[in-house]
Design a protein around this ligand. Structure first.
Ligand code: SF4
Length: 315
């Protein structure tokens, strides 16, 4: 069966069933091409909340499907590959959050959505890479503090601290994304020399020294919009995030040229979802193997910090 046939089958199956297919920008491009909606964690969380279908297929990693389940306890949330997990989320567990809170009484806990449902349940508010700065500013104001506890990504915490001037105490200090921390200052200097007219866009999960070399720092959706709104004379971009976003932009903006900041910037966890698996899930919507269901007791407690984030980032 060719790729085109599989994609056509997926489009047909979606029409025949009460289902929505959400895909993250880091998904394989052939899945992005058949998704109902594409986005970053924040955009997809909003879409998951508004979904009015019986089934939500979440082409992303486990914490994204868990967030969709927390927001939609009455719906069936399906993840094509049970192996699609985020290693960053594994840096932090709920007991670490409890201990961290005891050691730092009175400080609010901000957790990146790239965390488990149990960690979210112990948090005051969640954030994404789109709104981390805004969330840190608002929650510290609400708690009347000049510091917050931030986990699990120490680089995003560092970025939020730099921009907000509110201390972000990292939990754990070594939490990181293996894809974004691959990119070094030397890599950036080299690729900028090779493409001296290109703008360099980078994700806040990259290290501080790398971020400081960028023309723009933002989440995947923010990078996408930056390119979309760029003047016609800006035609070249170096992309400092996962390959999938570059592939999306190359299709959507054929008059612009894109270079991946480092060719190894591929999230193998995101790529565990394949087009074949996506089709299989659509053919077996009631197969419990694919369902991600957060237990209701955890979901109830994890809902507040997610909803609070959605409220705060609307303002
Ligand atoms: S790109 Fe990094 S943060 Fe995103 S899912 Fe992969 S490992 Fe996790």
């Amino acid at each position: 069966m060719t790729l085109k046939q599989i994609q056509e089958d997926i489009l047909k199956l979606k029409k025949q069933n009460d289902v929505i297919l959400l895909a993250h920008y880091y998904q394989p491009i052939e899945i992005q091409e058949v998704a109902d909606h594409l986005g970053d964690s924040l955009g997809l969380s909003r879409l998951a909340k508004e979904a009015n279908t019986e089934y939500i297929i979440f082409a992303g990693v486990d914490f994204m499907a868990e967030t969709a389940s927390i927001l939609n306890q009455d719906k069936r949330v399906l993840l094509p590959s049970s192996e699609a997990c985020c290693p960053m989320a594994a840096f932090l567990d709920e007991n670490m959050v409890k201990e961290f809170r005891l050691d730092n009484p009175g400080l609010p806990v901000v957790t990146y959505v790239n965390s488990t449902a149990a960690v979210k349940a112990e948090s005051d508010i969640c954030c994404t890479s789109s709104n981390a700065v805004q969330i840190v500013e608002k929650i510290s104001k609400e708690f009347n503090t000049n510091a917050v506890l931030f986990g699990p990504d120490a680089n995003l915490g560092d970025y939020a601290e730099e921009k907000s001037h509110i201390k972000c105490i990292k939990c754990p200090p070594q939490g990181h994304c293996y894809v974004h921390t691959l990119l070094t200052v030397e890599d950036v200097k080299k690729i900028r020399q090779e493409h001296s007219n290109a703008k360099f866009l980078v994700h806040p999960e990259c290290e501080r020294e790398v971020r400081h070399l960028a023309d723009f720092v933002g989440s995947t959706a923010q990078m996408y919009n930056k390119v979309k709104k760029s003047p016609s004379e800006e035609t070249q971009f170096i992309i400092g995030t996962e390959l999938g976003l570059l592939e999306r932009m190359a299709q959507d903006f054929p008059n612009k040229k894109f270079y991946l900041a480092k060719d190894k910037m591929i999230c193998y966890n995101m790529k565990k979802n394949t087009i074949e698996l996506t089709k299989y899930v659509l053919e077996h919507l009631d197969d419990p193997t694919f369902e991600v269901k957060v237990p209701s007791e955890i979901a109830k407690r994890a809902l507040n910090p997610i909803e609070k984030m959605l409220r705060f980032s609307k303002i």
